[in-house]
Every structure is written in structure tokens, then in C-alpha cells.
Design a protein around this ligand. Structure first.
Ligand SMILES: [Zn+2]
Length: 388
């Protein structure tokens, strides 16, 4: 096997300065390669965001690799040992913004898919890739829109491997089998502004809100599960007042964020908050923003195939985690898909001098190939691996 190909492709991707939502030419490189080995490739661009959906074969199951070509900004350049888009290799590491999150994994998916369809042109089911250039930003026109398009056409994804950097100290030590939900609220509480020396003429929203806030923070939302920690609420901002000593504020604005498990459904959180604000008789308005519902992929065909492939290629039994922020898995899981995230080590993501180990990249490519053999080619199942 030519081990340099995946590194060369990862370098070509890092050379494109694709800061969210810009793709900067990454997807053209990927689409060209996939087309050359027989994939049907469909760009699905919305607004500033570039996406594509590519597939090979037909029928079920549909196994999809999901990934993103966009990266977060590099930050101050002086902090970088090598320029962030120069893709330098030193001491077995490939450096650059996006090396670990997640151009390395995108290169590994595409090279693994090329090799798999070349070895197994008549594989069972459908092999697909869903690639977006807006994962790190608002993600409005990215995976969410592609999924909407697929649903409108009646296309489905059975199994989805998201290439986010799930590993901690070495490739395959941790996989993600779900993610917590993320819900935000902006609450505005009205008051009556006035002179502090005339308290009978004012209605201070700070005084009215603080007891309600104490009660909100004391609330137990749930107790967590074996897979999820207990739901947490964080106050992320409070604004009121004009910074002077003799005027009371006319209104207070509060920003809240919940990270929650599938034990709670979103309306339950909303209901409990509005009930509490009503109990305290606060004159409020509230605006909700749902970033993603929580999801969990239970034990099943995909999870078993991923665990078996990790064991086969690395000798490790991966920890099954739901930690961390949201990922694009939040848009794919509601299609009814089983979703697992497996990618390289995440120690340097979003940092200066982001890097990926070349050994991990090469092994990840083999791991992805093994997964396709398990899911799309019966004769290549790992022995002992239970059939679907
Ligand atoms: Zn990422």
C-alpha cells in the first residue's frame, strides 16, 4: 500500500486556507478524485457554503463518511512554528490549521474510499460521502441543508462515520457514540429606570431577577445516565445598567446555555424555565436557540463494526464517549441513521501548531477501509464479527 498518498492529499487540503465558511478549493480536489474512481458527485452549495454528496453503488445499507473542509482561523501567526497553511512535516507530524480537525480524516476517507471501490467494484449497498465547508461556524447551510435535500428525495443514510478527531492520546482510544444537546436562551427582563435616590419610583430588574436566578441554578435537571453526565446550565452573560452609580437599569438581559442528555426533551427544559420565571412574576421575554438535539447510537451494526475495526487495526478497545461540544452528527442522527465518530487525536485542535501524526493518518486510512469491508462486503467481515 502506498502510505504517502493520504499525507499528500492532506497536505494539498491544508494548503487551501479554508476558513469557515470558505472551502478555498478543497472540495474540487476531493470531487475530482472520487469521480475518477466512479463516484457520482453532486455539489450542493447554499449561500456561502460549499457542500457535496458523492456516492458509489446502490441499495442498502447506505454507509456514509461525513466530514468538513473548513477550519477555524489560525489566530496570531507569530504563535505558529510554520505558517498555518504550509503543511510542513517535521518529526513524524504534519503541521497546519485543520491537520487534525479534520482535513487529515477527510483525506483518509477519500483515499480509503478510492482503494475500497477499486478492490471491490461490486460491493454491496451504497458508499457515500457528505462533505461541508460550514461545520465550525453557524452550520446553517452545511450538513443540515444537505440532509434536508436527501430527505426530500427519500434518500436515507443507515450508517454514518463522522471523522471528527475523537481520539485522545492515540488513534482509536476514544470513539463518540452520541453528543449532548445544546440549547441557548436570551431572557430580557423589563424594569423601570430611575434615580437611585428615589427607589419608590424605580423597578430594578436586577433586584427582581437575582432570586429567580438562584432558584434556576439550584434546579436539578436530571441525574445523567451511564453514557451522559447530568445536564448542566451555564449563565454565559448578564447585561444591565449603564455603568453609573445613580441610575437603576431599565432592563436586564441574560444569556443561558444548557448541555443536556437524551433524558430530557427540549420542551421540558423550556417549560421548566418559563414556569419558574412566571412563579417569580418577572416581566420577561425569552428567545430560544436550539443548536442541536442530543443523540445516542445504541449498540448495533455500526457500533460493533467500528469497535471491531479499531480492535483489528490498533489492538485497542475504544472508550465510548459522548463528551465534548456538538458535531454535525446532530443533523444526521435524526434521519434515523446510526452515527459514530472516529478520527485522529484531538490534543492540538483549534490551537496554534495544530498537527496530526503521520502514523495515525496512515492507520486511520486502513481503519476506514476495514470498516467499509465490514459494512459493505460480506465476504470480508472480520471473523467473529456478528452479522447484521
Ligand atoms: Zn471538526
Amino acid at each position: 500500500m502506498n502510505h504517502t498518498t493520504v499525507v499528500t492529499l492532506a497536505q494539498a487540503l491544508i494548503n487551501c486556507p479554508s476558513i469557515t465558511p470558505h472551502d478555498a478549493g478543497c472540495q474540487a480536489l476531493l470531487m475530482q478524485r472520487l469521480q475518477a474512481v466512479g463516484f457520482t458527485v453532486e455539489p450542493l452549495n447554499f449561500g456561502d457554503t460549499s457542500n457535496f454528496w458523492a456516492w458509489h453503488g446502490s441499495g442498502s445499507p447506505c454507509f456514509t463518511f461525513a466530514g468538513h473542509t473548513d477550519v477555524v482561523p489560525p489566530g496570531p501567526l507569530a504563535a505558529w512554528r510554520y505558517p498555518p497553511f504550509s503543511a510542513q512535516i517535521a518529526d513524524g507530524l504534519l503541521y497546519g490549521r485543520g491537520a487534525a480537525d479534520m482535513k487529515g480524516a477527510v483525506a483518509a476517507m477519500v483515499i480509503a474510499a478510492e482503494r475500497f471501490v477499486t478492490e471491490h467494484p461490486e460491493h454491496s449497498g451504497r458508499l457515500a460521502l457528505l462533505i461541508t465547508s460550514d461545520e465550525e461556524g453557524e452550520a446553517t447551510d452545511g450538513t443540515r441543508r444537505v440532509v434536508e435535500t436527501l430527505l426530500q428525495r427519500g434518500e436515507r443514510i443507515d450508517y454514518c462515520l463522522v471523522g471528527e478527531p475523537s481520539s485522545e492520546s492515540q488513534l482509536g482510544d476514544v470513539i463518540k457514540i452520541g453528543r449532548r444537546g445544546s440549547l441557548s436562551a436570551t431572557v430580557t427582563i423589563q424594569g423601570i429606570q430611575g434615580h437611585v435616590a428615589y427607589p419608590h419610583l424605580v423597578d430594578n430588574p436586577l433586584h427582581r431577577t437575582l432570586p429567580a436566578l438562584q432558584a434556576l441554578l439550584a434546579m436539578e435537571w436530571d441525574q445523567g445516565t451511564a453514557q451522559f453526565p447530568a445536564t448542566s446550565l451555564q449563565i454565559t452573560d448578564i447585561q444591565a445598567g449603564s455603568g453609573v452609580d445613580n441610575v437603576t437599569p431599565s432592563q436586564l438581559r441574560l444569556h443561558l446555555n444548557w448541555r443536556y442528555s437524551p433524558q430530557l426533551i427540549t420542551p421540558q427544559i423550556q417549560q421548566r424555565v418559563t414556569t419558574l420565571l412566571d412563579d417569580y412574576q418577572l416581566p420577561y421575554t425569552i428567545r430560544w436557540r436550539l443548536s442541536g438535539e442530543p443523540f445516542i447510537t445504541p449498540r448495533g451494526t455500526l457500533l460493533e463494526a467500528v469497535v471491531a475495526a479499531v480492535q483489528h487495526c490498533t489492538g485497542l478497545t475504544p472508550e465510548q464517549s459522548t463528551a465534548g461540544g456538538t458535531s454535525d452528527g446532530r443533523f444526521i442522527a435524526p434521519m434515523g441513521a446510526q452515527v459514530v465518530e472516529l478520527g485522529v487525536s484531538n490534543a492540538t485542535i483549534h490551537q496554534a501548531n495544530e498537527s496530526v501524526s503521520i502514523a495515525e493518518l496512515t492507520l486511520l486510512c486502513q481503519l476506514y477501509q476495514q470498516l467499509m469491508r465490514s459494512l459493505l462486503n460480506d465476504s470480508d467481515r472480520i471473523s467473529g464479527y456478528p452479522s447484521a
